[in-house]
Ligand binder design. Sequence first.
Ligand code: KG4
Ligand code: ZN
Length: 342
Amino acid sequence: MLDHKTIYILAIESSCDDTSAAVLMNDKVLSNIVATQAIHKEYGGVVPELASRAHQQNIVPVVDQAIAKANIDKKQLSAIAFTRGPGLMGSLLVGTSFAKSLSLGLHIPLIEVNHMKAHILAHFIDDENMKAPTFPFLALTISGGHTQIVQVNDFFDMKIIGQTLDDAVGEAFDKSAKILGLPYPGGPLIDKHAANGNHLRFNFPIPKVKDLNFSFSGLKTSILYFIQKQTKEDPNFILDNLEDICASIQYTIITILMLKLKKAVKLTGIKEIAIGGGVSANSGIRNALLEAQTKYGWNTYVPKFEYCTDNAAMIGIVGYYKYKNEIFAQQDVTAKARYLIS
Ligand code: KG4
Ligand code: ZN
């Protein structure tokens, strides 16, 4: 293991629609800049071609800002870490190519990072408001593209023990929001409207899926039929009941997640539970996990808000541990749209 006094990692994340760059000094975040692409709002979802073009425009200023905010010189950087996948190919290519060129230019090592692993290992960022889980722990990764339960035995020893068979939980939030006429991405808006709603007002079905797997496509369909039926009878139904509808949808989604988490704890005997991914910003899931601490005796870990949604700091923390273990990538490394956790 390399034992340097201070390691500076520049990290780049460009897997979907956020261009992000961060600088870490060992496991501490010195800067974490995120440029969110507003253009997709008009289209109700991420348009891959537009995303890669926006990454091209954003990447240089975002990296410059991250380095300036960290108040270091490029020459001090020990390595460049970047998201290799999973994600949109056109988006990944921008970050990958940029990282490869900079590593060549600065003569420093290149580190490839799996985006989903980064969502899990974000918990190891040294921050006064966060505590890292102890191994082994269960990670519930919930984002716009993934829903997984991962058994994490060590930094580089992880196994997926459950996952969605169709839509990801973030998609379930976003598609439900779309049915309600809310703009993209609708997940945070459902969360916001749910805050004052009655979650028991409307009932949506809990799917029966085997093992530790999830399914969200049936829920989306039942919400669609329910809304179509109600608005036929009363055109103002959504407007008049938005808070209760959002609270009921959110409650159903969280019930589905918690049922599987409870099953995973029972099967593995592991009570250390960490969440990661954009949907872990949801206040309902955060509260449910807090409750589970006293109710079931779990130790639960929720990352700071800015480390939940896509960000480069989480890529940087994986970069730091890979650097310490001398796990470097070569210049011929390529982006991977599908990249499973192993
Ligand atoms: O991890 P992430 O930023 O990007 C992906 O890798 O997919 O996750 C984005 C997803 C979106 O579906 C978004 O609606 C959802 O996370 N999300 C939320 C909340 N904040 C973000 N869903 C529910 N409640 C939130 N507060
Ligand atoms: Zn993500």
